[in-house]
Design a protein around this ligand. Structure first.
Ligand SMILES: Nc1ncnc2c1ncn2[C@@H]1O[C@H](COP(=O)(O)OP(=O)(O)OP(=O)(O)O)[C@@H](O)[C@H]1O
Ligand SMILES: [Mg+2]
Length: 249
């Protein structure tokens, strides 16, 4: 944690839906500039965690602070400082790349020369210049995800929340996407990301494994591998989940 004040911290953060506890007393901290990954099986509670941290849903119990603000009582201040790329991000398929960016720029009140400058900068960073006139619905999966990321970056968030941003994206495009994330990290952005690809989790500073709403492991990838005596995170997590499943029966 290099001694810095955490930029994300949760205290027994909990969200229930009726009988189901989707997020169960989650305690974690993320340092500024860190890339923190959340992994876990379908339905583990990853998306719900992100939505709680982005101030889009209220906790049933517990609390969270993001960029120094309480996610419930200061949710607008939180939203101003973060970018959230949802698992199913809302692109307008009939609008072009540029028009989608203009739409999101309008939402964030970014207009005129500032909007044009940012659009050019983001198109260059993601190497999407030549596609600016193409309809979003006609982009490849990887390009759609890059466009969603550009729309998320327009208001220059300090903290990025990315929910399975590379899901269904081919390996080459995934590598391009990661090159962009590394650039953002170099510029000081904090990234909180979920992924279904454990090879991607190997690239993170720390990884949390969620299982049935609980954070069952949380450490740097090398530590998790060592602890489980596994050659990679996939091996480490499969054995951890098997143990947890066995303990339930
Ligand atoms: N609005 C809701 N109402 C009722 N149940 C919900 C709601 N949102 C999520 N859940 C339930 O909470 C649990 C956690 O869901 P969540 O979407 O957070 O999981 P996830 O880890 O993101 O899964 P995936 O990997 O499939 O995206 C699931 O059992 C889900 O069905
Ligand atoms: Mg999800």
């Amino acid at each position: 944690m290099n001694g810095a004040e955490p930029i994300i911290e949760t205290h027994d953060l909990t969200r229930r839906f009726g009988q189901l506890t989707a997020v169960d007393h989650l305690n974690l901290t993320v340092a500024p500039g860190e890339i923190f990954g959340l992994v876990g099986p379908d339905g583990a509670g990853k998306t719900t965690t992100l939505r709680l941290l982005c101030g889009l849903m209220n906790p049933t119990e517990g609390s969270a602070r993001v960029a120094g603000c309480d996610v419930v009582t200061e949710s607008q201040k939180v939203k101003d400082q973060i970018g959230y790329m949802a698992q199913r991000f809302g692109l307008y398929v009939d609008l072009t790349v540029q028009e989608n960016m203009e739409f999101y720029a309008d939402l964030f009140d970014i207009t005129g020369a500032e909007r044009d400058r940012l659009t050019v900068e983001l198109l260059r960073m993601t190497r999407m210049e030549e596609f600016r006139g193409r309809q979003a619905g006609r982009l490849s999966g990887g390009m759609k995800q890059k466009l969603a990321l550009m729309c998320t970056l327009l208001h220059k968030p300090r903290i990025l929340f990315l929910d399975e941003p590379t899901n269904g994206v081919d390996p080459v495009s995934r590598r391009d996407f990661w090159a962009i994330l590394y650039q953002l990290l170099k510029d000081g952005t904090t990234i909180f990301i979920t992924t279904a690809y454990l090879d991607e989790a190997e690239r993170m500073n720390r990884v949390g494994l969620m299982y049935r709403g609980r954070l069952v492991r949380c450490a740097p990838p090398e530590e998790l591998r060592r602890e489980a005596g596994a050659v990679n995170l996939e091996g480490a997590f499969i054995s951890t989940i098997r143990e947890l499943e066995a303990a339930r029966t």
